[in-house]
Design a protein around this ligand. Structure first.
Ligand code: DON
Length: 363
């Protein structure tokens, strides 16, 4: 059988054309291990080898790209949050080996709010010898409802719902084993400091006063929980400590390091201190994936494929397990209470790196 050979000039032309095609595919973000993906829907580039990621360039790019976004508005149901300058905007990445990359207002201290919730759930896991306590006493189901929903308590009678909505978070605070209220608060604060690797996180007193003096909804939730034996301390004590927890001041770098501690299997990359047993990390991240964005958790998982947590102070942190965390802060929120710019910035970086846990998410 005669097999036609290709002349060397023609062969060179074909090789050059193939290489050019491959190069254009790469710049368009087409992953080589996603060759089966339909051409019409480009997917993100394959994540670079650890240590070689263009983190600084990406953080700068994400910051610049969304700085002009003005959508959403500051939270105002906690009156003082409406007065925080809306233009503030910071982006940071912290890796499991302690490298930190930043852009924008990363030193500004804002209230941690709901981003504190997974970390107090972690404290409860530590005190009770593993994650099962959360499933047993609080629940792990996403509610599909807003973070402050009372309806969710009625629907999910048996359990509080999950530790990332207000009800479950207040229940988590009530579960912390403590001698008294002061001790409970100190344990909660120390734990947040350990996750951030910062020995002195401040309580933002004005935020606390503003929230506690208007906490009628959360007080209702605490009392409802207590009434159905789903709160494990005095309700007003749990409410006060929970409100203090939400009023802790952090900056975007702290937030990135808190996430990096989870990315690093529960050991803070800056201090080397173990804060959470490695065996509890997957369960905590699973709750963050399914409930970290409240009633937008499905959309977030669909878009970014990363466990994350948001707060009405404007902070969001997402964890790339075993590798790094991406944090961002900006006060304007969407309807669900999630920072618009922070969400866009994190989603953008994750998409560029192709680090969704189920594979590279489309951009
Ligand atoms: O309890 C509250 O309503 C606030 N301290 C925290 C809510 C929150 O951050 C929801 N996050 N997106």
């Amino acid at each position: 059988m005669h097999i036609p050979t290709i002349g060397s000039a023609l062969r060179r032309t074909i090789v050059t054309a193939v290489l050019a095609l491959a190069a254009s595919a790469c710049t368009a973000g087409v992953a080589t291990d996603h060759a089966q993906a339909p051409a019409a829907r480009p997917v993100a580039a394959v994540a670079p080898a650890p240590g070689a990621e263009p983190f600084q360039a990406l953080v700068d790019d994400a910051h610049a790209r969304f700085a002009g976004v003005r959508d959403g508005k500051n939270a105002d149901y906690i009156p003082i949050l409406a007065t925080i300058p809306s233009e503030l905007y910071g982006v940071a990445i912290a890796t499991r080996d302690g490298r930190v990359y930043t852009a924008g207002d990363v030193d500004y201290r804002f209230s941690i709010q709901s981003v504190s919730k997974p970390f107090t759930a972690a404290l409860v896991m530590q005190q009770y010898g593993g994650p099962e306590i959360i499933a047993e006493k609080i629940g792990v189901e996403p509610t599909g409802l807003p973070f402050n929903s009372k309806l969710a308590l009625e629907i999910h009678k048996a359990k509080s719902v999950n530790p990332l909505v207000n009800a479950g978070a207040i229940a988590a605070v009530s579960l912390v084993k403590a001698k008294n209220e002061k001790d409970r608060w100190q344990l909660v604060l120390r734990n947040l400091e350990d996750f951030a690797g910062d020995p002195k996180l401040p309580l933002l007193e004005k935020v606390y006063d503003s929230e506690y003096s208007t906490a009628f909804g959360n007080r209702g939730i605490a009392n409802l929980l207590f009434n159905s034996e789903r709160l494990y301390s005095d309700p007003e004590e749990a409410l006060r400590v929970y409100t203090k927890q939400c009023s802790v001041g952090i900056n975007t770098v702290d937030l990135a390091l808190m996430g990096a501690t989870l990315a690093n299997g529960g050991v803070n990359p800056k201090t080397g201190k173990r804060v959470l047993d490695e065996t509890s990390v997957p369960e905590l991240l699973a709750i963050m994936l399914t409930a970290g964005f409240y009633d937008e958790s499905g959309r977030w998982s669909f878009d970014a494929g990363l466990p994350a947590k948001t707060g009405v102070g404007g902070g969001i942190v997402a964890v790339v397990p075993g590798r790094f965390a991406i944090a961002a802060f900006s006060p304007r929120l969407n309807e669900a209470g999630n920072s618009v710019r922070a969400q866009k910035a994190i989603r953008y970086i994750a998409g560029k790196l192709g680090v969704g846990i189920f594979g590279a998410n489309g951009q």
